[in-house]
Design a protein around this ligand. Structure first.
Ligand code: PLP
Length: 463
């Protein structure tokens, strides 16, 4: 038998960039700007590091796109995937059939999920999972005899995906202006962003105040019209916005009061990122539904889904057909990857390590960046962190002076990071990270040193 190489010999970087520009429409990309510089071609990963087609090494402080929790180059995941592909590369779960990895993963997720979650609905991505939430909560209220409860409340600057419903649930104005979003039946309240909206209050007072926006909106709409509230426990793509400790307990109280379902979008925060399997537990959210994706397979193969709490699952199961599903719901290869990924997280104690060792260490080291002349605040929780670039520092966050957005300080800083071997993301002037959970203390030091060096370079540009 002749074997064809899986990866044909690569053309040179310039050749790849020409092909890329000619044929590949990238997500969330200004293609004119991309064509000028050419895309960076990533070819290999190992642990927390990546290499591009020019042989340059980069420390990946973003875990790809918040997903490579167990790091790159895990041969046991490759082997689990190859075994499943050899045995049964695909079968669906429609029409009263199932597959071994899908069953095993559903059972495993029920074990590690918060109490009261015993069922899962699989999708191919986080966006599809949030679309599923919209359909599922409306189906739930139909079956519960309150079909007029259809409205879902979300927050400005939230990110819940890129499908029509996902982007509508999200609160990104740049997405809403393209394509007439949000779709009807989805409304937004303001986010619990202390630096932007909490002047004159302590963070704890502000947490209660911000949760109160939900109660106001429920009353305006009429409680009998509201199906659910959705939120990321910590807003990720919006700039790593960590809510005050009082926020989620107060949201829980309000949802209980008006009998509104609570959806925790844990696409980023699930699978150990905050030092717990799910952030719902960390914050005492007791949600009814949990969206997951990314870290469930560490991004090795696409997979997402909704963990369905007993209240919703019981009624759905009694209610006959739920006319919803995807060809790749419960894809056996993706489920095999997830099972091995979860085994690694457990065996290496990575969730505990983030909670008790590397997470607190990152908090201390990342927090030290707040002393840099360009940094207003630097905060972290578990293995997510963000710092804000400011023109003038002040002890009180509400008295700091921000940069003129036209300067693009965040993008300047990101370019220095990119050129100096560390991958960080810029959201406006907020620089954010979400490193692989395997990062060691020494690697935290290496990352902080690189970030500090690039902040110095940015300072020279910006002042
Ligand atoms: N929800 C959250 C909180 C996310 O951060 C993302 C992606 O970044 C999504 C949903 C969408 O997931 P996907 O890109 O897999 O569709």
């Amino acid at each position: 038998m002749t074997t064809t190489p899986i990866v044909p010999e690569l053309p040179d970087t310039k050749g790849l960039q020409r092909l890329d520009t000619a044929h590949y429409l990238h997500p969330f990309t200004d293609h004119a700007a991309l064509a000028q510089k050419g895309a960076r071609v990533m070819v290999r990963g190992d642990g927390i590091y990546l290499w591009d087609s020019d042989g340059r090494k980069a420390l990946d402080a973003m875990s790809g796109l918040w997903c490579v929790n167990v790091g790159y180059g895990r041969r046991s995941i490759t082997e689990a995937v190859a075994r499943q592909m050899d045995t049964l590369p695909f079968y669906n779960s429609f029409f009263n059939t199932t597959t071994i990895p899908a069953v095993q993963l559903a059972a495993k997720l029920a074990k590690i999920a918060p109490a009261g979650f015993n069922h899962v609905f699989f999708t191919g991505s986080g966006s599809e999972a949030n679309d599923t939430n919209v359909r599922m909560v409306r189906r739930y209220w139909d079956l519960a005899g309150q079909p007029e409860r259809t409205v879902i409340i979300s927050r400005h600057n939230a990110y819940h995906g890129s499908t029509m419903a996902g982007a509508s649930l999200g609160g990104m104005s740049g997405m809403h202006v393209q394509g007439g979003l949000p779709i009807p039946g989805i409304v937004h309240i303001e986010q619990p962003h202390y630096a932007d909206y909490g002047a004159g209050m302590t963070p704890e007072e502000f947490g209660i105040h911000a949760a109160g926006w939900l109660e106001e909106r429920i009353r305006e709409l009429g409680p009998d019209k509201v199906a659910a509230f959705i939120g990321e426990p910590v807003q990720g793509a919006g700039g790593v916005i960590i809510p005050p400790s009082t926020y989620w307990p107060e949201i829980r109280r309000i949802c209980d009061k008006y009998d509104v379902l609570l959806i925790a979008d844990e696409v980023i925060t699930g699978f150990g990122r905050l030092g717990t399997w799910f952030a719902s537990d960390l914050y005492g959210m007791r949600p009814d539904l949990i969206t997951f994706a990314k870290g469930v397979t560490s991004g090795y193969v696409p997979l997402g889904g909704v963990l369905v709490g007993d209240r919703v699952a019981d009624l759905l199961i009694k209610g006959g057909d739920f006319n919803h599903g995807f060809t790749y719901s419960g894809h056996p290869v993706a489920c095999a990857a997830a099972l091995e990924n979860i085994r690694i997280l457990e065996e290496e104690g990575l969730v505990d390590r983030v909670a008790h060792d590397t997470g607190p260490y990152l908090q201390q080291r990342f927090g030290s960046l707040a002393a840099h002349p360009l940094v207003g605040t630097a905060d972290s929780l578990g293995f997510v962190a963000g710092l804000t670039l400011v023109r003038r520092k002040a002890a009180n966050v509400h008295q700091q002076v921000r940069f003129d957005p036209a300067l693009g300080a965040g993008m300047l800083c990101r370019a220095h990071m990119f050129d100096n071997g560390v991958i960080m993301r810029a959201v406006g002037d907020r620089m954010i990270i979400a490193p692989p959970l395997v990062m060691t203390r020494d690697q935290v030091d290496e990352m902080i040193q690189k970030i500090r060096f690039c902040l110095d370079l940015t300072l020279a540009d910006a002042m």
